[in-house]
Each structure stands twice: as structure tokens, then as C-alpha cells.
Write a protein that binds this ligand. Sequence first.
Ligand code: PRP
Ligand code: MG
Length: 212
Amino acid sequence: MGNIKIAIQKSGRLNEDSLKILKDCGISIDNGKDQLKALARNFPLEVFYLRNGDIPQYLRDGVVDIAIIGENVLVEKGKEIEIVEKLGFSKCRVSLAVPKGFDYKGIQDLKGKRIASSYPNTVQQYMSSRGVEADLHIINGSVEIAPNIGLADAICDIVSSGSTLFKNNLKEVEVMLKSEAVLAVSPKIKEGQKETLEALRFRIRSVLAARQ
Ligand code: PRP
Ligand code: MG
């Protein structure tokens, strides 16, 4: 079977569960913490630890063959990339939120407002398909602080437990998207690698079935 390169998140919420699912598939990976690349010992797999936001481009270019990634990142940056398995972990929503005191009645209330987000394409598409134009500000992290420091009137970000919204005095007003970790495949994957991919998918499906 041909060797395949898989991208997983370097650090962050998907990292641990991504390694866990590979481990549950019986794949052991030599894992030096600071290594950006590791080889599996008993499966033709090479693991690349990458930044979330970079993974869609690497898939597109065929730098990696497959990836474990949040569906939300593909919706934002890699719509054309094929998802072959949903992995059932890292479930979250991508939502719009406003300060608790904002008397929100509907999306029209955000017309002309400043919205801070790390997901500009997702927000843009959601709003323009509803005929509402807003003023988008791209921020790469800690987005929920923006309204408190006067930088924005609303935010769009990932909501999981809701605790970040709560702590920043925000309320979720629109769920734009529901997301979970998925297995995605590069359009440039080669014929000889598909057999390995199928073997991996078979193992993943068995693991997921056992987790039910
Ligand atoms: C993520 C996300 C939200 C938060 C949602 O941020 O951007 O802020 O988690 O999770 P919760 O609903 O369970 O609170 P993260 O902590 O990963 O940091 P970052 O935004 O700085 O990347
Ligand atoms: Mg955050």
C-alpha cells in the first residue's frame, strides 16, 4: 500500500482527539512533542502537525493527502475539498453573538454593524444570502473580547460549551453552521494511495461504530 501523508492539528482542541482516533485504529505514532512530522510504526502513514487554517491549502496543493480537520475550517477556506468521514468529535457551532444588552430581534439588526470574526467568508455568505450587509473585522483569536473593548458590535465564532460567550457577556443569536471533526481528502491524492486511504477509513468506521 502506498504511503499517505495526513495533516492533523498541531495544537488546539482537535489535536488530542485526532491522535486518539488514530491510536484507536491501532496505528502507533512516534510522538516527540516538538516534532512537526512523525512516522507511524505499523501503518503506511506520515503525520504532519499543522496549523488549522493552513490545512485546506495543503490539501488543495497535495502537500498532504488527507487531514483530520474541523468541518468549519473547510466551509471557511476549502469548500471544494471532499469530506469522506465525519468523525463524531469536536462538535461545535459557528454562531453570531451580541452583547447581552443588545435587543436582538433578527439578522436585520446587524445591518451596518461591525462584526469581528475569524470566519469572514462564512459570515459574509450567511449575511449576504439574507440581504444584510455588515462591516467585517477579521481577528485571529480571542474574538469574544472585541465588543467589550469597543472594537465590534457583534462577533462570529465557534461555540462549544458556551462558556467563552458567557464569560464575555455575550449571547448567541444565530447558529450559522454545525460542525465536527472530519476526514478530508486532497483532490491530488494518487491512485496508489487510495488503497491505504480505504484501509484507514475501514478502521475508522470500526472505531466509530464501537464508540456508539
Ligand atoms: C475557541 C473559540 C471560542 C471558544 C469556544 O477559542 O474561538 O472562543 O473556543 O468554546 P466554548 O464555547 O467551549 O467556550 P480558543 O479557546 O480555542 O482560542 P482562540 O480563539 O484564541 O483561538
Ligand atoms: Mg476563541
